[in-house]
Design a binder for this molecule. Structure first.
Ligand code: UD1
Length: 471
């Protein structure tokens, strides 16, 4: 079982090139299903979620191949209209294939993605929207069976909440539906704009991309195209938090600075100097971060829920107290328990987390609870004294390409290890492992020779089936 071993306490310095956005690549791959000729997606990140999307396309009868950063999809012969349960379980966002399969095949069978680590995640908005477009949908023993006997047609749809996934499903389904679809209260995330740009390049007629009301005039068919996936704003925010938490100075390259605007004020409030030019952003942190008073997650252009976890980890070593309010998902703070093991002082009450900054954190064995929770642990580990061993890495691998290589290039001491049972991954002395004082009922546990950090770092991995992923 793989773990990430991070020796903390080193300032990060240098340049990091941001990869393509996972949350763009996935709906784009789903949308290629509508194109009968070849599509090439450049800057496509190498992530396990992207691999799952490619496996879904292959299962459906497409050819999906990768050469370096380019994924090429040929969807001229679609032979299946179902997504196997195993693939649906591996990635909850497989639901974004629903609109594409329906539009292409006229029927679809997908197992229900179910709940997951962030609380209940219903798909009612996806289903009600597609129903308005003519889909007949029933659930049969955990499988969604959908068909469109008369084909998809345009509709006036108002989302009660600007769901990213539901907006993507509607846009894809509407591209080749008969007539015009008007989608109100659509999500406005940059990944939605990227999807609209791709569809438009393939021949779709879309007006109002990135606005609350989007109009799609259905066309007969889409053709192939080449498209470059937008940079990953969440990966960028994560490395900003890592740089800031270590008092470092880092240049992020290949960023779309406009997409980062919602997160920049929090870094400025923490005392970071930010310089933007072209597609680059310099983050220069003070030796001790100032407090960030309040972070409230909101749909774009609000503060992104996915960036809250790494920022919260950063605030664990800032001066003073900060409050995080999660408004998108019900249960996003599972990782707080792992951060507490490192000495962080975090109180969680429902959707609110109160973080009292500490001068330092301490390395120990921890386990990713979900993708962005895993990113928070990496940020904390870089800032911590001593060695942290992070287990359950499959969560992190869903959303961060080569994190260890990136952090190593920035001067971090980060290694991916295959830990053997019963061996310690640390070289701390017994003296160094003395427990820190108790506060707030939280006891930071440190490990040294003779203990197995992997018990925590990887102990839960083999216990049960993976749950559907969080994003
Ligand atoms: C996408 C992102 C995820 C991000 C989230 C919010 C991808 C692959 N994932 O997830 O990283 O955290 O947007 O920015 O792009 N909801 C319903 N009914 C529905 C659909 C959603 O109640 O039919 C609720 C969800 O339970 C959640 C909220 O709406 O509480 C937001 O969900 P949504 O915007 O759909 O997020 P995802 O598309 O799943």
């Amino acid at each position: 079982m793989e773990r990430l071993r991070i020796e903390g306490g080193r300032r990060l310095e240098g340049t990091v090139a941001i990869h393509g956005a996972k949350n763009s690549a996935l709906p784009l791959l789903a949308a290629t299903l509508l194109c009968k000729d070849e599509c090439a997606l450049h800057n496509c990140p190498r992530l396990s979620d992207v691999d799952v999307a490619m496996r879904i396309l292959e299962h459906l009868g497409c050819r999906a191949t990768r050469q370096d950063g380019t994924v090429t999809v040929r969807a001229e012969a679609v032979s299946h209209h179902d997504v196997p349960e195993g693939l649906m379980r591996e990635m909850r966002s497989s639901i974004v294939f629903l609109g594409a399969i329906l539009a292409r095949c006229g029927e679809a069978a997908l197992s229900f993605p179910g709940g997951c680590e962030l609380g209940p995640r219903p798909i009612d908005l996806h289903l009600s929207s597609l129903r308005r477009m003519g889909a007949l949908i029933r659930e049969e023993f955990g499988v969604l069976r959908c068909r469109v006997p008369k084909g998809l047609h345009g509709a006036a749809i108002t989302l009660p909440f600007p769901s990213v996934g539901a907006t993507e499903n509607v846009l894809i389904a509407a591209a080749t539906a008969k007539g015009t679809t008007v989608l109100r209260n659509a999500a406005r995330e940059p990944e939605i704009c990227d999807l609209c740009a791709f569809l438009t390049r393939c021949g779709a007629r879309i007006h109002g991309a990135g606005e609350s009301t989007v109009t799609v005039e259905g066309v007969e068919a889409l053709h192939g195209c080449e498209h470059r996936v937008i940079p990953d704003r969440i990966e960028a925010a994560t490395y900003m938090a890592a740089a800031a938490a270590t008092g470092g100075t880092v240049v992020l390259k290949n960023v779309e600075t406009e997409h980062l605007m919602p997160v920049l004020p929090a870094f400025e409030e923490a005392g970071c100097r930010l310089t933007l030019w072209g597609d680059s952003l310099l983050v220069s942190a003070p030796p001790r971060l100032h407090r960030v008073r309040t972070v409230r997650t909101m749909p774009y252009p609000g503060f992104p829920t996915d960036a809250a976890a790494p920022l919260l980890a950063m605030c664990c070593v800032a001066e003073g107290t900060g409050v995080f309010v999660e408004t998108i998902f019900e249960s996003r703070y599972k990782y707080a328990g792992e951060l507490r093991r490192m000495g962080a002082c975090i109180k969680v009450e429902d959707r609110v987390a109160v973080v009292e900054g500490r001068p330092t954190l301490f390395g120990t064995g921890v386990a990713c609870t979900d993708l962005r929770g895993g990113a928070a642990l990496a940020v904390a580990a870089l800032a911590a004294e001593g060695v942290t061993v992070i287990g359950e890495l499959h969560h992190l691998d869903r959303g961060y390409e080569d994190m260890e290589r990136t952090l190593t290039a920035l001067g971090g001491t980060v290694k991916r290890t295959e830990a053997e049972h019963g061996t310690a991954d640390t070289d701390q002395s017994e003296e160094e492992t003395a427990c820190q004082p108790l506060y707030d009922g939280v006891h930071p546990i440190r490990y040294g020779r003779g203990t197995d950090p992997g018990e925590r770092a990887g102990g839960r991995g083999s216990e049960g089936k993976r749950q559907a992923s969080d994003e």
